[in-house]
Design a protein around this ligand. Structure first.
Ligand SMILES: C[S@@+](CC[C@H](N)C(=O)[O-])C[C@H]1O[C@@H](n2cnc3c(N)ncnc32)[C@H](O)[C@@H]1O
Length: 275
């Protein structure tokens, strides 16, 4: 089965991605803690906001290469970098995660290979982690951040929203992807021969009264809204119930006592120094 990316690359989706980047990048940077790396690879970079955020933390002489399969995402990544006078910051390349467009001389030379929210969208995440392992030097870091869709909790629970959420992540399975890949990150690192070094979660949530809360709920609303056609076509939920769940989520965002929890699974491994 060919990898199918559920969210696509419409302008609306790219706006959602930009908002999500604004909401989570600082927390993800804290976990990643980039500093002295001279050669960094970001796989499945999307519209490139986080890649550039990483690049800004590195010494001037560093080089950052980002790989993205969808030319529309890549074009937006380049445009946004240009618009913010950061055209030189990242070398954006079109390519497949499991067949990275790297020169022979670049293989085995990266200090850090990172990917976020990609493994959930591929049929064979192990093949992607293998290419990342190949790309880093001995002693280099491999960082995987991804979703385990089971971590979502909303309270007071808006009627139908968790059913809609489950129906949404079932569409992943229909595409041959794993909506729970986040719980497998350490295992994947081990399977490719990396030494697991860190396993944590980046919190992504909040409550009414927090400035970013509306954005967090809006992101969820857009994710569910964007999956409506797939869910309904696959008969995972009726159109009426799915739309009612979206209304319930909108009402939830207006409650003064609304709370939402979500965790981005995050793991780091090291390529053995001696092998
Ligand atoms: C949810 S976005 C995440 C983008 C970025 N990593 C971030 O965290 O903002 C996932 C990206 O992976 C890309 N993608 C999906 N499958 C891919 C593959 N097999 N190879 C390379 N990129 C892929 C999609 O086109 C999309 O831009």
């Amino acid at each position: 089965m060919k990898d199918q990316y559920v969210h696509g690359s419409s302008e609306k989706e790219q706006r959602r991605l930009a908002l999500m980047n604004k909401l989570i990048n600082q927390a993800c940077l804290l976990a990643l803690d980039p500093g002295a790396e001279e050669l960094v690879l970001d796989v499945g970079c999307g519209t490139g906001e986080f890649t550039r955020a990483i690049a800004r933390c590195l010494p001037e002489k560093s080089k950052v290469i980002a790989v993205e399969r969808d030319p529309a995402q890549l074009a937006t990544a380049v445009d946004r970098a240009l618009a913010e006078n950061e055209a030189e910051l990242v070398d954006f390349r079109v390519g497949e995660a499991a067949f990275l467009p790297l020169k022979r001389s670049e293989l085995g030379s990266f200090d850090l290979a990172h990917t976020r929210f990609l493994l959930e969208h591929v049929n064979n995440p192990l093949a992607v982690v293998e290419t990342m392992f190949e790309a880093v030097r001995k002693g280099g870091r491999i960082v995987l951040a991804d979703d385990d869709h089971d971590t979502l909790r909303l309270w007071p629970e808006p009627p139908g929203v968790m059913d809609a959420w489950r129906a949404y992540f079932e569409t992943y399975r229909k595409k041959g992807n794993d909506p729970f890949v986040g719980r497998r990150l350490v295992q994947l690192l081990h399977q490719v021969g990396a030494e697991p070094q860190k396993n944590t979660m980046v919190f992504y949530g909040g409550c009414s009264g927090m400035r970013e809360f509306q954005g967090i709920v809006h992101n969820l609303y857009e994710v569910l809204g964007g999956a409506a056609e797939d869910v309904i076509q696959a008969k995972l939920m009726s159109e009426k119930n799915y739309i009612n769940a979206l209304y319930a989520l909108r009402d939830f965002s207006r409650r003064p006592d609304a709370a939402l929890w979500y965790g981005i699974n995050w793991a780091e491994g090291m390529k053995p120094k001696f092998s």
